[in-house]
Design a protein around this ligand. Structure first.
Ligand SMILES: NC(=O)c1ccc[n+]([C@@H]2O[C@H](COP(=O)([O-])OP(=O)(O)OC[C@H]3O[C@@H](n4cnc5c(N)ncnc54)[C@H](OP(=O)(O)O)[C@@H]3O)[C@@H](O)[C@H]2O)c1
Length: 368
């Protein structure tokens, strides 16, 4: 077995690297990393592994000879690399994962992904390519629980942001590639780590902090929110990569109805951890259009902030939260993967590891 992991310095990919460490598979893994040389790439990977709770010994088992320095924007530069030979599984986490309008989204997520798959196929006989997509690629207007579907998100005009459109396009392009043993895994919303809270990454947690501070957001109080921790997401992705037989080629990696919490449950758990009263009695649901009316509250409740930036951030994330989606995970559970730990059970660690960290600093992680 020889695994290629891309995006191993990121949130989801870092958790996957730590899961590979747990399973004793790091020395059978090649890592594709952006870096000027393999030593720098190796150092970045080791630092990420430590952040995700791996031991020093595990981190040191990543060595420069298995680090492929590469950028999705220039796969031609590494297409002949011997590190792409003899691979059996690929877990492709690397992507420009941003709700911003970064002009490199398509070139990275679609063109770069396709070029990488072609380069790998030219040198390796794969048993599986796990393409990490996003459940939110289905676009608005779906009835919850949302089921897996190859048609979801194919209406290009239905996307809230270019990122989700690029993720669907990448999946479809890979699906059309002859000889690629493709399995698409679409995580829902990844927040925190079930044991380490926000220490590995604060991604998206700042949205909750702002919603509770403002006592207003676009979620309906009684609706469920589909959130999963990075470590559980990684366990599921590695299992999908390694399991000899799978029943499907498309999976939600999600909390589903069984592990998703209502907003009020998350509020109660957050309040207990923060030592503050729940906001439920004062909470007001506002539509995305109504977020602009909250601007006067920003400085009052969030401190000195760039109001326009906060408004833009809340509008982008609020549009997704307003969908109130729960993603069916029946296929994943049927593969023998244990249900995700609910956010209300581990949000205390997220609160604790966010103490003293400004919300705007956490937010910067998601705006590249
Ligand atoms: N986080 C979520 O809630 C969530 C939900 C659903 C799906 N996903 C999916 O999970 C995957 C990872 O997302 P994430 O949240 O972990 O994002 P992230 O923390 O931003 O990590 C992205 C990773 O991709 C790498 N990368 C970005 N552009 C690259 C390029 N041009 N060439 C090579 N590597 C590049 C980054 O490398 P650097 O370290 O060099 O920047 C980093 O390792 C994505 O496919 C995303 O669609 C995430």
């Amino acid at each position: 077995m020889r695994i290629l992991l891309t995006g191993g310095t990121g949130f989801v990919g870092g958790a996957v690297a730590a899961e590979l460490a747990q399973r004793g598979l790091l020395d059978q893994t090649v890592f594709m990393v952006r870096a000027t040389d393999a030593e720098e790439g190796c150092a970045r990977l080791r630092e990420t592994l430590l952040r995700f709770g791996a031991s020093e010994v595990q981190a040191r088992s990543v060595t420069p000879d298995r680090v492929l320095c590469a950028d999705l924007l220039d796969i031609a530069a590494i297409a002949d690399s011997p590190l792409l030979a003899g691979l059996t599984q690929v877990i492709h986490c690397a992507a420009l994962a941003t709700f911003s309008n970064n002009p490199r989204i398509w070139a990275s997520n679609v063109d770069g992904t396709l070029a990488l798959a072609r380069a790998v196929l030219a040198q390796s006989r794969l048993t599986r390519w796990v393409q990490v997509g996003t459940a939110m690629c289905c676009g608005p207007g779906m009835a919850a629980p949302v089921g897996e579907s190859w048609e979801a998100g194919t209406d290009e005009k239905a996307h809230l942001v270019p990122y989700t459109r690029s993720k669907v396009a990448a999946e479809l392009a890979l699906r059309a590639l002859p000889g690629l043993p493709l399995v698409v895994a679409r995580p829902s919303i990844v927040v925190g780590h079930s044991r380490l809270g926000c220490a590995p990454s604060p991604s998206i947690f700042w949205v909750f902090r702002m919603a509770f501070a403002l006592e207003r957001f676009t979620c309906a109080p009684e609706e469920r929110i589909d959130i999963i921790p990075a470590d559980w997401c990684a366990q599921a992705l590695v299992t999908l990569a390694l399991k000899p037989q799978l029943a499907s080629d498309l999976y939600h990696v999600s909390a589903g109805m069984g592990s998703s919490n209502r907003f009020t449950e998350i509020d109660a758990a957050y309040a207990a951890a923060a030592g503050t009263p729940p906001v439920a009695p004062r909470y007001q649901q506002v539509g995305v259009d109504g977020l602009r009316g909250l601007v006067p509250l920003f400085e009052q409740r969030l401190g000195r902030v760039n109001r326009l930036l906060i408004l833009r951030a809340l509008t982008l994330y609020g549009a997704f939260a307003e969908l109130n989606y729960v993603f069916d995970n029946g296929r994943l559970i049927a593969e023998g993967i244990a249900p995700a730990p609910p956010l209300a059970g581990y949000i205390g660690e997220c609160v604790r590891t966010s103490e003293g960290v400004p919300m705007t600093q956490q937010m910067a992680h998601d705006f590249k």
